[in-house]
Design a protein around this ligand. Structure first.
Ligand code: MG
Length: 309
């Protein structure tokens, strides 16, 4: 196994923008952010694995997954090749669920390390390139399927798109794959509300987050929850207060459940995704282009299973 002992984390002052007093409740933690790792090409898909005290994340163009050890600070290669994996999450049993956008499938890593293919085709046609994934308490797995992994060889394998649309999918606990939304340009990050009655889904080129009602395994509605004219959204996660934390081109945006943008954490590089982790789930891990950052805050991530996105 390749061990890459990293330099001590570098700390820099958190560049906070408070837009609403409600942001103060969650942002009174560390006044600095730590850069835990720098050396990726385009980092994505962070997921904190409590059993390993580690953050697993994807380095898509380098076709590898990396693992940052919380106790030692070491970063090692977790999997390579990795099917150009993008988004990751855990299911209720703590198993790693991954969007292999190069292999155009969603897989589960079993306890023995083997991979189980959960979804790869719809009616005999290959998926485009699954991007991000979330697990619901009923065991269903919901994921988005834009074509970023097949438009070139940069972060996947150039190929024809077999399914005409870029859908949001639901994979039921017994393995039935269903299209739950087909009116997206490029669906991307997604996360359930705390009671799982709503699903937030990013449409990246449309520059907004939509919010659907979840009814009997289907999606209803889908109004714009949050627009963003200065750039684009990617991954999203919810905290224990139901606030939506979103990765954007200028940093992390935090939205109240009523849709108000209450604050920002700015970064010099494009932020792709984020997740909550640490033993108390109060540490925000952020993948931003070539780096992974963390920020200890005063709210916790949404309760498992597993990280609402
Ligand atoms: Mg994404």
């Amino acid at each position: 196994m390749t061990i890459m002992l990293t330099d001590p984390p570098t700390r820099s002052r958190a560049e906070l923008v408070t837009l609403d007093e409600r942001f103060a409740v969650v942002a009174r933690g560390d006044e600095y952010v730590e850069r835990l790792y720098d050396g990726g090409r385009w980092l994505e898909g962070p997921v904190y694995v409590p059993a390993w005290r580690s953050l697993v994340f994807s380095d898509i163009p380098n076709d590898r997954m990396l693992r940052w050890d919380e106790l030692s600070g070491a970063v090692s290669v977790f999997r390579q090749p990795a099917g150009y994996t993008n988004g990751n999450t855990l299911d209720a049993q703590g198993r790693l669920i991954s969007c292999e956008q190069g292999n155009r499938r969603v897989t589960r890593t079993e306890a023995d390390g083997s991979l189980t293919v959960l979804a790869s085709h719809l009616d005999g046609l290959k998926l485009n390139s699954p991007n991000d994934v979330v697990v619901r308490r009923d065991g269903s797995i919901w994921f988005t399927d834009p074509p970023y992994g097949i438009t070139s060889n940069y972060e996947g394998h150039a190929a024809e798109q077999e399914i005409a649309t870029c859908n949001v999918y639901r994979l039921s606990a017994d393995g039935e794959l269903t299209v739950v939304a087909d009116d997206f340009a490029r669906p991307n990050g997604l996360a359930f509300s705390l009671d799982e009655s709503q699903l937030y889904v990013v449409d990246t080129p449309a520059r907004h987050i939509r919010r659907f009602e979840v009814k009997d395994g289907r999606l209803v509605g889908g109004e714009v929850f949050a627009p963003y004219q200065a750039g684009m959204f990617d991954g999203i996660r919810l905290d224990a207060g139901g606030r939506v934390w979103a990765a954007t081109h200028e940093g992390v945006h935090c939205f109240d459940p009523d849709g108000t943008l209450i604050g920002k954490l700015l970064f010099p590089d494009i932020v792709s995704n984020l997740c909550f982790g640490g033993p108390k789930r109060n540490r925000l891990f952020i993948t931003a282009t070539t780096s992974v950052y963390s920020w200890l805050i005063t709210t916790d991530g949404a309760a498992p299973p597993y990280d609402r996105g």
